[in-house]
Design a protein around this ligand. Structure first.
Ligand code: SAH
Length: 401
């Protein structure tokens, strides 16, 4: 594990050095991904710190943002859209800002390098295997997207081919050729997305190589990650973020803890050995399946996970559950009044809010303030260097009662 991680970091250092000036991106003008390319990293951090102070400073002191030492190529989940250019060449990359035109990207500043190389190989293989590329306008063609996920510590690699139908002609030879070019790949999955949608992944999946998931290590636990489960894309910052969240929770070993919007159980399971009992709630049933298996795999017996809407779950259990600590890690759209009113009703001593959407965090902090919960600490993290507004924050809230 450690070896893999060091290999990974050295790889990044070497690339950063060879490029000379960090932060330069040849696609900056076209690609809508990173608004801060070209800005020196310390300045990016200053800008984000300032933004957070402006936005959240009235609730509590905003602590200095935690940035990265090697801020490039941090994204361990790489997703490219496939298309053809005007001359008919296969291209893969991201959408141009504000459009559905694909920018052909071979070398992205923030994506994992190995994953990009794999996508490049898939581009070549698609040509030699004559795989039809999906056309958004007509709805014809097969290959829509490729997603690659790489376990930071384990080095395991998952390739997800998003197709418009489940049949990949020449499948076995395709897998063989891809594996030959990149023996590090540990699993390949076909995901079927036949809908006219901007969502990347469809419901149906077929594993065509390996176990259908990768494993990675985080905060001393091993995690199984399925294609559709959420997993933070920046593993270095993720571990720091979760450690901070657990520090804010001040667990002594006896507490009842709710891990709301728990995904594959990363926060709750990392906290379980410091708590009496962990109850996780999550909407995505694949993620909950992962969370339960992750508990078992790590020998954790004091954690239970439920599938459902977090707001409904809290509301339904507001009279019975008396957690000491609630972790909440909602999507960018933030939490709901249903969730928060039930959370307040449960009277936890501490709420640890992990947020990836500063604006919705502000809105939700207002609600908690109005209902007797005070922000004690606000710790920003730069989870997504080079992108403009996506600052992650961990906030400790304490109740007056
Ligand atoms: N805590 C996890 C996941 C955070 S991302 C981690 O750090 O890995 C937010 C999660 O909220 C996603 O897994 C998403 O599936 C889940 N989610 C979104 N809406 C939800 C809802 N209404 N109720 C419960 N979970 C929800």
């Amino acid at each position: 594990m450690r070896e893999n991680m060091e290999k990974h970091l050295n790889e990044r250092k070497a690339i950063n050095k060879s490029k000379g000036k960090a932060g330069r991106c040849p696609y900056a003008k076209k690609c809508g991904g990173c608004a801060l390319t070209g800005m020196p990293y310390p300045e990016q951090l200053k800008k984000k710190q300032h933004m957070m102070e402006e936005l959240l400073g009235s609730f509590a002191k905003v602590e200095p943002i935690i940035g990265m030492k090697e801020p490039e190529h941090y994204r361990n989940k790489v997703h490219h859209v496939f298309d053809r250019d005007r001359r008919g060449n296969i291209i893969a990359g991201s959408y141009e800002a504000g459009s559905h035109k694909v920018v052909d990207i071979d070398e992205c500043l923030i994506e994992d390098v190995k994953s990009q190389q794999i996508i490049k190989t898939i581009k070549e293989l698609a040509k030699s295997f004559k795989i039809r590329i999906y056309d958004e306008d007509s709805g014809f063609g097969l290959l829509r997207h490729v997603m690659v996920r790489r376990g930071f510590k384990s080095g395991e690699i998952m390739v997800v081919l998003v197709l418009s139908s489940p049949i990949l002609p020449g499948k076995n030879n395709f897998v063989k050729a891809l594996k030959k070019a990149h023996p590090e790949i540990t699993t390949i999955v076909i995901n079927v997305n036949d809908a006219d949608t901007s969502m990347v992944l469809g419901e149906k999946e077929t594993v065509i190589y390996g176990p259908g998931f990768i494993k990675d290590e985080l905060c001393g636990c091993r995690f199984r990650i399925s294609p559709k489960s959420f997993y933070q894309v920046n593993p270095v910052q993720m571990e720091r973020l979760y450690k901070k969240a657990i520090e804010f929770a001040q667990l002594t070993g006896s507490e009842t803890v709710i891990d709301a919007y728990c995904g594959i159980g990363t926060i709750g399971l990392s906290a379980a050995s410091h708590a009496g009992e962990v109850i996780g709630i999550e909407l995505n049933s694949d993620a909950v399946k992962d969370a339960r298996l992750n508990a078992r795999e790590n020998g954790i017996k004091n954690a239970r996970f439920f599938v459902g809407d977090a707001g409904d779950f809290m509301n339904d259990n507001a009279d019975e559950l008396h957690p000491d600590v609630i972790f909440m890690d909602p999507p960018r759209s933030g939490s709901t009044e249903k969730f928060m009113s039930a959370a307040v009703k449960m009277k936890p001593e501490r709420i640890v809010y992990i947020s990836c959407g500063p604006d919705t965090l502000k809105r939700d902090l207002k609600y908690f303030k109005k209902h007797g919960y005070k922000a004690e600490r606000i710790q920003p993290f730069d989870m997504f260097p080079f992108t403009a507004e996506h600052v992650e924050n961990v906030v400790l809230l304490t109740g007056a009662n």
